[in-house]
Design a protein around this ligand. Structure first.
Ligand SMILES: [Zn+2]
Ligand SMILES: [Zn+2]
Length: 356
C-alpha cells in the first residue's frame, strides 16, 4: 500500500509498505480521508524518529521493519480487519479514531483522560496512507453517523476536540469574554467552541488575512492584528480595563503565552492548547493582572470514543459547521506537496483533505 513516510528529518516521501495486520485489540482501517496537522510538522521537523519508541513504547511492535515513520494521525475510513478481542466493530463499519489513543486501564484512562494515557496508548501514525492501525480500538474508535461527512468527522478526531477543550477546560461561563491568540486550525476551533458554548465578546488575535476572515466566520466579534496593534493593550481597552475572562493560547510560543497572561482579567483563566516543542520552558509575567488569583489550564487533546461521539453530536445536532477549515483538497500521492503547502502556509491553507 502507498503511505507517506518520514525518511529523514524534514523529509517525507510516498513509499510502498505492507498493509498492517491487526494485533489483539487493534483494528486496521482503510483510509477514506487523511489530513496534515500542525503536530505532523513537529513529528517531521522537530522530533527525531529515534525518540518515537521512547515516547510511545507500544510503537516498538510496529515501527521496526518500516522504512521510516508513517505520517498522519488524523484519519477516517472503513474497518478493514479486526484483531482478536475487539467487540464493538466489524469489517465494513465507517469509523474514525481519536488521534491520541488510550489503553482504557491506566490511572489517566480510568479518570477519563484517554489522551494522556500512560498504559500503552499512543499517537496514531499512518493515516496519510491507504490503511492505518488503531490500538485499543474498542476504547478509541467511534462509528461515524451517515449524516456526518468525512471532513467533519476527521476534525472531531483532533483539532475540534482540542479547540473545544480549551473552552471547556477553562470552565467558560455563558456570556464570558474570551480572547484567542492565533487563528490557525486549532485556534479557529477554539473560536467556534467559545461561540457554541455561549461566549459574549470573542476577540481573536491573528495577522494572516485568510485567517482573519475565517475567524469572523467562526464567531469572533473583533480580530486584532498584532502587526498593527498591541493585543494585550487593545484587549484591555475592549474590556473596560479588566481583561478577558478566558485567554486561550493556541499556537505554542512564549510570546503568545505571555500575551495571553497579560490579557486575562484578575481571577480569569489562561487556557493553553499550543504545543511548545519538545523541550519547552515557559515563563509568565508575574506583574500581569493574571498573576492575581490566576488559573492556568494546559490541555493536550481529549480522546476516546465517548469524546468522539460528543463531537460528532455537536456537528450533527448543534449546527456547528467547521467545514470552511478545508481550504484545499489533494490526492494521497500529493501528500509530500501538502506538507510544503502547510509548512509555508501557502495560499491561505488551513486544512488539506487528502483522499486515496
Ligand atoms: Zn492533529
Ligand atoms: Zn491508559
Amino acid at each position: 500500500m502507498q503511505s507517506c513516510i518520514k525518511t529523514a528529518p524534514g523529509k517525507v516521501e510516498m513509499m510502498d509498505i505492507p498493509i498492517p495486520t491487526p494485533g489483539p485489540g487493534e483494528i486496521v482501517i482503510k483510509t477514506t480521508l487523511g489530513t496534515v496537522c500542525g503536530s505532523d510538522m513537529h513529528f517531521l521537523d522537530d522530533i527525531p524518529t529515534e525518540l518515537i519508541i521512547p515516547l510511545y513504547p507500544s510503537m516498538a511492535s510496529f515501527l521496526p521493519g518500516l522504512p521510516g515513520l508513517p505520517m498522519g494521525h488524523e484519519g477516517v475510513g472503513i474497518v478493514h480487519a479486526v484483531g482478536e478481542g475487539v467487540t464493538r466493530f466489524q469489517p465494513g463499519d465507517r469509523v474514525c479514531s481519536s488521534c491520541l489513543t488510550g489503553c482504557g486501564k491506566c490511572l489517566q484512562c480510568i479518570t477519563g483522560d484517554y489522551g494522556i494515557c500512560t498504559g500503552g496508548g499512543r499517537c496514531l501514525f499512518g493515516t496519510e496512507g491507504e490503511y492505518f492501525v488503531v490500538p485499543f480500538a474498542d476504547i478509541n474508535v467511534a462509528k461515524v453517523p451517515d449524516e456526518v461527512s468525512d471532513e467533519h468527522a476527521i476534525l472531531a478526531t483532533d483539532i475540534m476536540s482540542t479547540g473545544f477543550a480549551a473552552i471547556e477546560r477553562a470552565e467558560m461561563k455563558i456570556g464570558d469574554s474570551v480572547a484567542i491568540f492565533a487563528q490557525g486550525p486549532v485556534g479557529l476551533c477554539a473560536t467556534a467552541g467559545a461561540r457554541a458554548r455561549g461566549a459574549g465578546l470573542i476577540i481573536a488575535v491573528e495577522s494572516v488575512p485568510e485567517r482573519i476572515e475565517a475567524s469572523k466566520k467562526f464567531g469572533a466579534n473583533v480580530v486584532i492584528n498584532p502587526q498593527e496593534k498591541e493585543p494585550a493593550a487593545e484587549i484591555m481597552s475592549l474590556t473596560n480595563g479588566q481583561g478577558v475572562d478566558v485567554a486561550v493560547e493556541a499556537v505554542g510560543l512564549q510570546a503568545t503565552f505571555e500575551a495571553a497572561s497579560r490579557a486575562v482579567r484578575r481571577g480569569g483563566t489562561i487556557s493553553s492548547i499550543g504545543i511548545y516543542g519538545i523541550l519547552p520552558q515557559l515563563s509568565m509575567p508575574t506583574n500581569a493582572p493574571s498573576f492575581y488569583h490566576r488559573r492556568v489550564v494546559m490541555t493536550l487533546g481529549p480522546a476516546g470514543f465517548n469524546r468522539l461521539n460528543h463531537m460528532l453530536d455537536i456537528i450533527r445536532y448543534g449546527k456547528v459547521d467547521l467545514s470552511p477549515l478545508f481550504t484545499h483538497r489533494m490526492k494521497l500521492s500529493q501528500t509530500p506537496e501538502a506538507y510544503n503547502f502547510f509548512r509555508e502556509k501557502r495560499d491561505g491553507v488551513l486544512k488539506i483533505a487528502i483522499t486515496p
